[in-house]
Structure formats: C-alpha cells, structure tokens
Design a protein around this ligand. Structure first.
Ligand SMILES: Cc1c2[nH]c(c1CCC(=O)O)Cc1[nH]c(c(CCC(=O)O)c1C)Cc1[nH]c(c(CCC(=O)O)c1C)Cc1[nH]c(c(C)c1CCC(=O)O)C2
Length: 368
C-alpha cells in the first residue's frame, strides 16, 4: 500500500454551504440544494477551451487541469450551485485494472481490446492499489477541495460494477448491450467474478476519495435500466449494496453521505431504498410521487433529480414552469436534492442552466 495521509475537515477551509449534506442526511433545508451531472463539460466554452489543448484523460490525470475544469461551473454560476463534482470519469477504474480506454472525439469512450471471453479476465490486474493507480484523481480531489475554499461540498464518484462491466465487454457505448448481457447468461460465474472485483476496487476508490477530501459520493449505474428486474436484482443490486457496506465499514465515523443513481431502474427503487444509500437519484421517466410510493415502507431516503435535461432546450418560461412543478412535486423543506434526470449535453446553452438554477432557488426557498 502506498501510504497517503487521511485528510479530515480540519485540513481544509471551513465549509460555508452545507445544504446538500443536510438534505442528504434527511435534515430540514431552508432551500432545495441543486447541482447537475456533467456540470463540468462541453456545454461550457471555457471547458472546450481547456479540452482543445488537452486530451480528455490528460485532463483527468493532471490535478491542476482537473481542478480548473471542476471549478469552471462553480465560478460561472457563483452562488447558484450547491455542490461540485470532481472532474474524472467512471472508466478510470477499468484503466486501473490494466485496460486501455481512449476518448474518441464525437464518439465517446473506446476500448481497443475489450473483454471477449472469460479467459480475458486474466488480463486484469489483481489487487489494484487504488492509491497508486488512481493517485492522480485523489490529488485532484485534494487540490479542488482546497481551491473550492469552502464554497460548496465536493462530490467524489465511481461507476457501478454492472455499468463498468458493460463498457469493458462492449468496448464502448452500445444500443443493446448484447455482448455484456451474453456474459451474464452464458458465463454467470465469470460475470459474478468480474462484478465482485469491480465492487472491491470501486469501494476502495470511494474510500480513498473521501480520505483525499470528498465530502459526499455518488455511484453511477448508468445502464441499470438495460437489465430486467430479476437480472438487476442478481447482477447489479447486490454489488451496489456491497459498495455501500464496504465504504461505511472502512470509513467508520468518517462516513459521508452516499448517493446511488441506477438510471432506468424504476422497478428497483424500493430495493434501492434498502441498499444502504442516503440518497436515491431518479431519471426523468418517473414522477416524484411514483418514486415515493415505490419506496413506501422502505428506510427513509432523500430523492435526487429529475428534470429531463432536454427541457433546457425549451423556452425559458417553459423551463421555469417545469422546474417549479418539479420542486412542488418533490416538496420543499427537506428530502430533495434538485438535479437533472441525467447529465448536461454538449449542445445545451449555458444560460439555460442559469435559468434552471435560479428557478429551483426561487421555487424552493422556504420563507420564514
Ligand atoms: C457512463 C459514464 C461515463 N462517465 C461517467 C458516466 C456516468 C454518468 C452518465 O451516465 O453519464 C461519469 C462522468 N463523466 C464525467 C464526469 C465529471 C463530473 C461531472 O461534471 O459530472 C462524470 C461524473 C466527465 C466527462 N466524461 C466524458 C465527457 C465528455 C467528453 C469530452 O470532454 O470530450 C465529460 C465531460 C466522456 C464520457 N465518459 C463516458 C461517456 C459515455 C462519455 C462520452 C459522452 C459524450 O461524448 O457525451 C462514460
């Protein structure tokens, strides 16, 4: 093990806005906290400027660059965002396991040598030392938290085992995920083995991120909705649950709030509320009312979400009205973190995001 210091709140500037941490813990909030997925991204001209000079994974691997782009939306929307998320990618974990991943402009991630058969698992590194292999991401977190200077809390994150497995086998995005799903059904033992290894690395990585300064963490299961309910229960949920358990066990009294985003998995909401997370993030295809109903009888969780990102293309008055509706449907005063149902898109107008953030603030402020 590479010995890295375990950093605590005392090592960083005091936090001035803890709204999202309180909302995640189920405490009352005087306003609904808001942030958006992919808030550092290509819709921002200042991000495109940085990317014109540096390859995607170069930015991830260079703490000064990762910090710079992470702070871009925080500076631009000063006072309107309640969290920042470290600029990195879920695919750094397959890289840490020894796989090559490239980001192809206009196409997305590409693995030149994806996993094809169970024998390919032998190509993966055993016993990944995340502090060594992913030390650059940890350094970026520490530097970003310092430069945030307490403005808002910093999210760490990782990909969920099923979503990572899907990329590692498909070699990139996919319409059907048939190669990855073939593994689930043809090679269930090899699939479980792979999912288990990814679980261990993901949990270690999240713990290391918290030790480096992350104040809240999110697990992204972007392809959960590609699985049937039964297969979600078998091939995704147990590993999501295990990540929450492992992270909590390793962090002990330094535990931070944990968020799970299983995109498309409505059928799994009740089970997800039992999975050990403080917050369950919703995509736009479920109403807040349906989500609450699905979770009746489960442990109380905060809901996050869930405006359709494409509403940022709507006329501003429509966008404002839909943001207000969303806030009212989730309810104000606690129990909700506003977000989009998925990430920002490259063709979004940065001003539309400002309109959304202001609408959330205005609609959710509890007058006293
Ligand atoms: C599936 C997934 C990936 N990466 C991620 C997920 C889970 C969330 C989701 O479902 O979107 C997570 C991710 N990727 C990125 C972040 C940074 C933090 C943030 O601002 O949210 C986070 C949290 C930066 C990024 N990751 C990527 C970009 C854009 C690429 C670029 O700058 O060239 C950014 C800003 C690239 C990426 N990375 C990935 C894909 C599919 C792509 C291509 C998407 C596209 O081309 O629009 C894998």
């Amino acid at each position: 093990m590479t010995a890295r210091p375990v950093l605590t709140d005392a090592d960083f500037p005091p936090l001035k806005n803890d709204l999202i941490l309180r909302a995640a813990r189920g405490e009352p909030t005087e306003r609904t906290p808001v942030w958006v997925m992919r808030q550092a991204g290509r819709y921002l001209p200042e991000f495109r400027e940085t990317r014109a000079e540096h390859d995607f994974f170069r930015v991830c691997r260079t703490p000064e660059l990762a910090t710079r782009v992470t702070l871009q939306p925080i500076d631009r929307y000063a006072g309107l965002l309640d969290a920042s998320i470290i600029f990195c990618d879920i695919l750094v974990v397959p890289q840490a396991l020894g796989m090559t991943v490239e980001m192809v402009p206009g196409k997305g991630p590409h693995f030149p040598e994806p996993l094809r058969e169970p024998a390919d698992l032998e190509r993966l590194t055993t016993h990944v030392d995340v502090e060594k292999e992913l030390g650059y991401a940890l350094d970026a977190i520490t530097l970003t938290r310092q430069q945030l200077a307490g403005r808002v809390p910093l999210f760490g994150f990782c990909g969920a085992p099923w979503t990572l497995m899907a990329y590692m086998i498909e070699g990139g995005g996919s319409k059907t995920f048939s190669k990855a799903k073939r593994w689930l059904f043809q090679y269930p033992d090899a699939a479980s083995q792979l999912l288990q290894r990814l679980t261990e690395v993901a949990a270690d990585f999240l713990v290391a991120q918290v030790n480096a300064g992350a104040q809240i963490v999110q697990v992204f299961d972007s392809w959960a909705g590609e699985l049937s309910p039964a297969d979600f229960e078998r091939f995704s949920l147990p590993y999501l649950r295990q990540i929450a358990e492992r992270v909590r066990a390793q962090l002990g009294d330094r535990a931070v709030p944990m968020v799970v985003f299983a995109k498309g998995a409505h059928f799994g909401l009740h089970a997800l509320a039992h999975a050990g997370y403080d917050v369950v993030s919703l995509d736009w295809t479920v109403t807040p009312q349906e989500a609450r109903r699905a979770m009746a009888g489960a442990p109380r969780v905060t809901l996050q979400g869930n405006l359709d990102p494409c509403l940022l293309f709507a006329p501003h008055d429509v966008l404002r009205a839909r943001a207000r509706q969303m806030i009212n449907d989730f309810g104000v005063g606690g129990g909700h973190i506003a977000n989009l149902g998925h990430g920002m898109m490259p063709d979004h107008d940065p001003e539309a995001l400002r309109v959304y953030l202001e609408a959330v603030r205005d609609a959710s402020t509890v007058s006293r």
